[in-house]
Write a protein that binds this ligand. Structure first.
Ligand SMILES: [Zn+2]
Ligand SMILES: [Zn+2]
Length: 149
């Protein structure tokens, strides 16, 4: 088993749950994805392994509660991405109101400023910041191109 999976297994067991084969398969999909997935999208990838939609929902709730993944709400839909072992630990999201795509602002200079901003707010306001969610909303490059035509 991957080193990452072993520590996630420990975390799940520490919280009183079993690291089942279903959880491992779902976890693998989350590690393989580099976009945000909904529970239904995850379900469509794992259903061949006899995993039901209810199990996917339950697993996503558990993974979110114990901090393995992060849930992003957009228009009543929950999207999930890895929080632990993420290649992009802290990033700003952008949502296009026209095509509904969610884009990761994947830029190291922005990330450093974002981290600094979090730290500064934490220190100045004496807050313990555990996570951050910034969602910028507008038109993506593709949709604003369409507009010009
Ligand atoms: Zn768009
Ligand atoms: Zn993201």
């Amino acid at each position: 088993m991957k080193k990452e999976f072993l520590s996630i297994k420990k975390l799940i067991e520490k919280n009183g749950y079993k690291f089942t084969i279903q959880k491992r398969i779902i976890l693998e999909e989350l590690f393989n994805a580099d976009i945000h997935l909904t529970a239904k999208e995850i379900y469509s990838k794992v259903k061949n392994n006899n995993i039901g939609l209810a199990t996917v929902y339950r697993t996503m709730n558990l993974f979110t509660t114990i901090g393995i993944i992060k849930e992003i709400h957009v228009d009543g839909i929950s999207y999930y991405e890895l929080k632990m072992y993420s290649k992009k630990p802290l990033h700003i999201h952008f949502k296009c109101y026209k095509c509904n795509s969610i884009i990761d602002v994947d830029n190291s200079s922005v990330e450093i400023k974002y981290l600094k901003l979090n730290r500064e707010i934490g220190e100045n306001e004496k807050l313990q910041i555990h996570d951050a969610n910034i969602m910028l909303i507008g038109l993506c490059d593709k949709c604003s191109e369409d507009k010009k035509l």
